[in-house]
Design a protein around this ligand. Structure first.
Ligand code: LLP
Length: 436
């Protein structure tokens, strides 16, 4: 699909990948770059995920620049959005990848076999088969999360005669002010090994012929918008790195994980460059004079604001005093509101002054939990109109399912003068393919 109108050069795509513009008919229409979302909906149907390549590039560049003063690699967290076209774009920006499964490894290898050299493998339940695949691919680092996993990795690496670079993911017992389901840095969480056990495990690992202790990793949670918990965790990790280096271990890497949050609406965050700078400063200060290569595993902060979910209003209905707007997208397309009570801004694609009303925006699925907004003040919309659910680029499509036998949405990437289909809409055939 070709560009309709010229780009607005005064605007930073990182801040506003989606903005209203005057359409030829004089109406104001929400656009991604120069593409009116109404045209994308007409061409590709709804529900539709739309991503801005410009915003993704710029956000990655801004974050990368914020760390310019220290050796570092951004390892994009594939789980946030694993679409191959997105991975390809990110690989082109010289980023690495944070993976948590053999499936994610396979995706990265499809982008380039050479990308393996920039892959870190996290997760509490790696299987022997996943370890073997990662060892064969020659990934940068295994972020190991338990003693048993370390023992299995030693065995697999010895069997394949491949050296595994290892970082223990430590649990720093640092609280992050975020939703309990995505908080990971406390003792009561399943993640990481206790700091107190790390030394013993590193010593053991160093004695294994096919393990090479090369770093320490930490990840305290997701959608964290304050810097303090990140620095607190990193200070603990750095203290450990110093101790281990004194014992003679040559640890090059410190993996700070991901977790930097975005503004879903309501939060007061500075513009992205200043926000990224503040985050980087917090981490670099916590590093102190210790020379290390920093690894970062950002997901949401790169992709979240760069994507929106486009949906059509099927019906309006009332139930006593309650007003409902029923959309063709549902919790199977975007689970975050149902699962975390997450807030996503919702805006009509067609702009212009209209009066506000209080509505629930809900999907067609047979669960009361199938909602995108409850008691939300929104501009009055008509049946057949389009809505955009914002900040859905991360953990939108990646959490989508076929619940209620619904076909998963299509995905489109807007890149300059092109709007490219990067995942076609599922068909009934796709849906039934595995069944016997
Ligand atoms: N590294 C590790 C080890 C992780 O577990 C995660 C996210 C990340 C990096 C990336 O975190 P980010 O920079 O994207 O915050 N589904 C939830 C988020 C789950 C995050 C899981 N781990 C949501 O929609 O909010």
């Amino acid at each position: 699909m070709k560009r309709q109108t010229g780009p607005n050069r005064n605007q930073s795509p990182a801040e506003e990948p989606f903005s209203y513009r005057a359409s030829p008919g004089g109406r104001r229409v929400l656009c991604c770059g120069s593409f009116p979302l109404s045209e994308l909906a007409k061409k590709f149907g709804t529900p539709l995920y739309v991503y801005s390549a410009a915003a993704l590039r710029e956000r990655s560049w801004v974050l990368d620049s914020a760390f310019a003063g220290v050796p570092h690699t951004l390892c994009y967290s594939v789980k946030a959005n694993p679409n191959l076209s997105i991975l390809r774009l990110i690989y082109g920006l010289k980023c690495g990848f944070d993976i948590v499964s053999g499936g994610e490894l396979e995706r990265v290898l499809r982008v380039s076999r050479r990308a393996a050299a920039r892959v870190v493998f996290s997760g509490v339940g790696k299987t022997a088969a996943e370890m073997d695949a990662a060892l064969r691919a020659g990934i940068l680092m295994f972020n190991v999360e338990s003693e048993s996993e370390l023992a299995l990795l030693a065995e697999r690496a010895a069997r394949l005669k491949r050296r595994a670079r290892v970082a223990l993911r430590v649990n720093p017992h640092v609280a992050a002010n975020t939703h309990p389901y995505i908080s990971t840095g406390l003792r009561r969480h399943k993640f990481g090994v206790p700091m107190t056990e790390a030394r013993r495990l590193y010593r053991w690992a160093a004695a294994q012929p096919f393990l090479l202790p090369a770093g320490v990793s930490v990840h305290i949670g997701s959608q964290i918008t304050e810097v303090a918990p990140f620095s607190a965790a990193l200070r603990r990790v750095i203290a450990l790195v110093r101790e281990l280096r004194e014992e003679g271990l040559r640890l090059t890497y410190v993996d700070c994980g991901g977790g930097l949050g975005i503004n879903y609406g309501g939060q007061r965050l500075p513009p992205f460059p200043r926000y990224a700078e503040r985050y980087a400063q917090g981490l670099v200060r916590a590093l102190g004079p210790t020379p290390v290569h920093l690894l970062l595993e950002p997901g949401r902060v790169l992709l979240g604001p760069a994507g929106a979910l486009l949906t059509r209003v099927l019906y309006r209905k009332t139930n006593g005093p309650k007003r409902f707007v029923v959309t063709d997208a549902a919790m199977n397309d975007l689970l975050r509101p149902s699962l975390y009570g997450a807030h996503h801004r919702i805006v009509p694609v067609e702009g212009g002054g209209r009066s506000l009303e209080t509505v629930d925006v809900v999907g067609p699925i047979c669960e009361t939990g199938d909602f995108f907004a409850r008691d939300r003040r929104l501009p009055q919309v008509k049946e057949g109109e389009l809505l955009a659910i914002m900040d859905a680029g991360a953990y939108g499509m990646s959490l989508a399912s076929n619940y209620n036998s619904r076909l998963r949405a299509a995905e489109v990437m807007v890149d300059g003068a092109r709007a490219k289909l990067i995942r076609r809409r599922e068909t009934m055939r796709d849906l039934l393919r595995q069944e016997i």
